[in-house]
Design a protein around this ligand. Structure first.
Ligand code: ADP
Ligand code: MG
Length: 327
């Protein structure tokens, strides 16, 4: 059972049904349970991240969400309709961006989009208009007529995203879209996803990069060994670690006296002195930092540097599983 980071939020006024409801999904391969009892929901306009290391069960989960892989147990409901290999109708609500590229290298970006748009039954003016819109959305309008074999890895990935967007799905599902791309392309991909989310699209995003989950996702499910270990906003998840921050105060002076003065501050839980300065354990460091600096200088310390480090999703993963996110 997932550790829930917060009490369920009360539904806001006029709240609608979730776009995606996943309940008790299970998938086994022989003796291996690739996905064991995974449940989560995605609200309209929400970006939900599945964060976990290689082999955690991310691709297996979204393959079931996308109706490509039968589940051994559990249900997927998309926009109120049942979804699965035997319920293909609901697939029109979903755009899937798989990890492998599915584009034709000899065709231009526009030709690729037109081809896949026709498969989505778009025709004529509607197709032309939608292809132009998507080219803008993915930032490839100025390269629309170039053969995609000339494209960088990141540009191909963006085209891959564009193909998933052609039929204007309610939910865009992306499986680790930045793996193996250069930093500039990664940035462009993250910008594209953030822009889509800004336009109200719901997004399901899998990654093993905690920076991406922190930057893009409204809520994150931490997945490991096929089960959700915890779920919540970044801040809710970080609170699971106990939520203490670390502050390093470097400088000269009477560090013993300064340490004693700092221990009097309500937010300060622990102070350790060494030759170069002080290491503090602090509740809510951003709020407490002004008082820490004032107290330290008031006790006669000359400050050289103050450094705040706060727990992140990497710390949360370590806290929950005892292992680092990346192998
Ligand atoms: N077709 C398959 N046959 C056997 N085992 C599989 C298959 N697909 C995935 N697995 C196993 O299921 C687990 C979850 O895999 P996957 O969902 O691909 O993880 P992730 O996408 O998080 O890296 C892994 O242990 C993987 O080896
Ligand atoms: Mg995967």
């Amino acid at each position: 059972m997932a550790e829930t980071a917060s009490a369920p939020a009360r539904a806001p006024e006029g709240a609608t049904e979730p776009v995606l409801r996943v309940e008790g999904l299970v998938r086994r391969y022989g003796d291996l349970t690739a996905v064991g009892d995974v449940s989560f929901t995605i609200a309209p306009g929400e970006t939900y991240g599945l964060l976990g290391p290689n082999g955690a069960g991310k691709t297996t989960t979204i393959s079931m969400v996308a109706g490509l892989l039968p589940a051994d147990a559990g249900t997927v409901t998309l926009a109120g309709e049942p979804m699965g290999p035997r319920h293909p109708a609901a697939r029109r609500h979903l755009g899937l961006v798989p990890q492998e590229l599915a584009i034709y290298p000899d065709l231009t970006a526009r030709e690729n989009l037109r081809y896949f748009g026709r498969l989505q039954r778009l025709r004529g003016d509607q197709l032309r208009r939608r292809v132009d819109e998507v080219l803008e959305l993915i930032g490839l309008a100025d390269r629309a007529n170039d053969a995609t074999k000339e494209f960088s890895g990141g540009m191909k990935r963006r085209l891959n995203i564009g193909i998933g967007l052609l039929h204007q799905p309610l939910l865009l599902v992306l499986d680790e879209p930045t793996v193996g791309v250069d930093p500039q392309s990664r940035h462009a991909i993250l910008e594209s996803v953030a822009a889509l989310s800004g336009e109200g699209m719901s997004v399901l995003y899998t990654t093993h990069y905690m920076e991406e989950a922190e930057r893009l996702c409204d809520r994150v499910g931490i997945i490991d060994g096929g089960t959700l270990q915890a779920e919540g906003t970044r801040d809710e998840l970080v609170r699971l670690t106990g939520g203490v921050d670390h502050v390093r105060v470097s400088g000269e002076g009477d560090l013993t006296t300064t340490a004693a003065a700092l221990r009097e501050l309500p937010a300060v839980q622990q102070v350790d002195a060494d030759r170069q300065g002080l290491s503090l354990t602090v509740r809510d460091a951003p709020t407490a930092i002004a008082a820490i600096v004032t107290t330290a200088t008031g006790a006669g310390m000359t400050l050289r540097d103050v450094e705040v480090s706060r727990p992140d999703l990497e710390s949360v993963f370590l806290h929950l599983t005892g292992r680092a996110l990346r192998d």
